[in-house]
Ligand binder design. Structure first.
Ligand code: ADP
Length: 266
């Protein structure tokens, strides 16, 4: 709350009163604060790989290039950091398009079973290399749903990629779809991974929020995957939620409207 006082002055009579204006600035301040945090986060996230790239380039310049093995390792680090920066900028541009409604939905009838099987197939290499079993279960009666396939693919790619990143070797991931009622379908991605502490759960969809920044960065994460997923699901008229038990696993559930009339959820 901002309070401003303006004295009322009458000619020759000095101050005869005061006007007090009470202004509710909490929402405005909150927005301003989150904008400042966002800019600080973006700068920091870009600065970190740039600093690494700079120091490894200097090391190569200072002689590391002469040792073939060492030189190759340093070039590898530079390539990884560059790729992470490209991912970060791509994610930021995507978020900004979603924020300004410049990513109109191109809805098409999509087979749910086929869509989820294809998500799992796209990750078969990572799944195999960590010996993680993946299962897809789709309840009988769920056939097609109207959605923007490219954008929803991005949602489930982010969720399955997280499930793999945060699950130890030999774990299990289940992608399942069930009908909630006639109006909604719930699709969830459940893993047997490291889980998320209770204290972090209510901030997990915030931009750049991570439980363990170092671990996420090492795994190539940008800290924007869940925020992007949430914006895309919201644009579809749906919602996304996350349940987790530390050291047991995490389930992310996406609710999507099943009935669409004239392109709008009913
Ligand atoms: P990141 O690129 O860091 O994975 P996300 O926005 O996708 O960013 O996720 C934010 C954070 O939520 C992650 O850094 C991680 O700490 C946590 N997280 C997301 N999904 C899972 C999961 N399936 N299991 C455990 N932690 C998860």
């Amino acid at each position: 709350m901002r309070v401003t006082f303006t004295p009322i002055r009458r000619r020759d009579k000095g101050i005869s009163g005061t006007i007090a204006v009470l202004q509710d600035v909490t929402e405005q301040e909150r927005l301003e604060q989150s904008r400042r945090e966002f800019v600080a986060n973006v700068s920091h996230e870009l600065r970190t790989p740039l600093t690494t790239i700079k120091s490894y380039t200097e090391a190569l310049d200072d002689g590391a290039m002469e040792e073939q093995e060492l030189g190759q390792r340093f070039v590898g680090v530079i390539r990884n950091e560059t790729e992470r920066m490209i991912r970060l900028v791509t994610d930021l541009l995507h978020l900004s398009r979603l924020d300004s409604n410049q990513a109109p939905l191109r809805r098409q009838q999509t087979g749910v079973h086929e869509m989820l099987e294809e998500v799992a197939d796209r990750f078969s290499f990572q799944l195999r290399s960590k010996s993680i079993r993946a299962e897809v279960h789709v309840e009988k009666g769920i056939d097609t749903i109207l959605l923007d396939r490219d954008q929803i693919d991005q949602v489930f790619d982010n969720l399955v990629s997280n499930a793999i990143k945060y699950t130890l070797d030999g774990g299990k991931i289940v992608i399942s779809a069930r009908r909630l009622d006639t109006a909604a379908i719930a699709i969830s991605v459940k893993d047997t991974g490291i889980g998320i502490p209770k204290k972090d759960l209510n901030r997990i969809f915030e931009r750049f929020y991570r439980v363990d920044k170092a671990r996420s960065r090492n795994m190539g994460g940008t800290g924007l995957g869940l925020s992007i997923a949430r914006e895309i699901v919201k644009a579809h008229g749906g919602s996304i939620s996350l349940d987790s038990e530390l050291n047991e696993g995490t389930t992310v559930t996406v609710l999507l409207p099943a009935l669409i009339e004239d392109g709008e959820p009913v």
